[in-house]
Ligand binder design. Structure first.
Ligand SMILES: Nc1ncnc2c1ncn2[C@@H]1O[C@H](COP(=O)(O)OP(=O)(O)OP(=O)(O)O)[C@@H](O)[C@H]1O
Ligand SMILES: O=P(O)(O)OC[C@H]1O[C@H](OP(=O)(O)OP(=O)(O)O)[C@H](O)[C@@H]1O
Ligand SMILES: [Mg+2]
Length: 285
């Protein structure tokens, strides 16, 4: 039975299920989901987890059935849910795009007026086409949308694109991008336990920021310090230390992991030495 505990909704299956479960565990919210059960308790904290369909989570948060939830920002927008986005999680990045056959002559969205469009995102699609003075016949489906043109049920589709391989496999191309989306943590306005919700957010931030950043340490001649700092400005600002050799400084700074190699090369060219990258697993800034 549910109590007055903070309720967090997690996708019960699909690609966001593992992502969100792992994030919670890394943030120290330990739980065990038993036999595909729909509920789990977080060990030692007044939090209940509820396993739900990813696309129902925005509505259930907006209705107050759960206080927070992991879902796609695309699904929150499609559901028109009145929720607050507490965090963008930096995963599940994708775009929503209008796609047409590779050999189609259509050049812009307004040419889709009167055409048939298959999509799982009828609300976003309708709004976008409206802004482009097109009124299309929408065919609402819950999956396998890319095959609908071949099936003869649509002239164009609106669907999520990540790598583009599904489009290529179905000989489709992007006509226009409607928006960019990612996995988010959403919250409602009448949260059962706002303080606990803030604590969850702080814990998750520690993990999400740590995933994106590495700690870089290096030594640099004092005369080059200003230039080095402009290469590695840090999350807030770098920590500078002195070395026994008065002419040198040591620097500790956070750098985006994706940029580390590039930054290391620049520092080396500037005259830095003993440059080390360390992985951060969690942090509080
Ligand atoms: N190819 C993708 N790459 C990255 N993120 C995606 C991709 N497809 C979907 N997403 C994100 O994941 C969310 C959930 O996707 P979806 O509902 O399709 O679940 P799924 O894991 O694909 O399961 P299902 O088998 O039910 O489709 C989407 O709303 C979107 O935010
Ligand atoms: O650009 P890509 O990397 O190919 O990814 C895009 C595809 O991924 C999702 O499908 P999913 O795998 O979830 O299948 P579904 O249609 O059954 O939801 C989405 O609906 C696209 O079809
Ligand atoms: Mg899917």
């Amino acid at each position: 039975m549910l109590s007055d505990n903070l309720r967090i909704g997690l996708p019960s299956k699909g690609r966001l299920s593992e992502v969100s479960g792992e994030l919670l565990l890394q943030a120290g919210l330990n739980f065990r989901r038993q036999n595909r059960g729909l509920f789990a308790k977080v060990k030692g904290m007044p939090i209940d987890l509820v396993f739900l369909r990813t696309d129902d989570i925005p509505t259930l948060v907006a209705e107050g059935a759960i206080d927070m939830g992991f879902t796609g920002s695309d699904l929150a927008e499609e559901a028109n849910a009145e929720v607050t986005t507490r965090m963008r999680l930096g995963v599940g990045r994708c775009r929503l795009a209008i796609c047409i056959p590779e050999d189609s002559d259509i050049k812009s969205a307004n040419e889709l007026d009167g055409q048939r469009i298959a999509t799982s995102f009828p609300n976003i699609t309708k709004a976008y086409l409206g802004q482009h003075n097109a009124l299309a016949h929408l065919v609402s489906l819950s999956g396998s949308v890319e095959v609908m043109i071949q099936l003869g049920v649509a002239d164009a589709i609106v669907d999520l694109v990540e790598t583009g391989s599904t489009l290529a496999a179905n000989r489709l191309r992007i006509l226009e991008e409607i928006g960019s989306y990612e996995t988010v943590l959403i919250q409602n306005k009448r949260c059962r336990d706002p303080e606990m919700a803030d604590r969850v957010v702080r814990r998750l931030e520690g993990v999400v920021i740590a995933r994106d950043y590495s700690l870089l340490e290096y030594n640099i001649p004092a005369t080059k310090l200003a230039e080095a700092e402009s290469i590695t400005p840090g999350f807030d600002s770098p920590t500078i230390g002195t070395l026994e050799d008065q002419d040198w400084r040591s620097v500790r700074v956070m750098v985006r992991s994706a940029e580390v190699i590039d930054v290391m090369e620049k520092l080396e060219r500037l005259g830095a030495s003993a440059i080390f990258q360390t992985t951060i697993s969690n942090c509080r800034l």
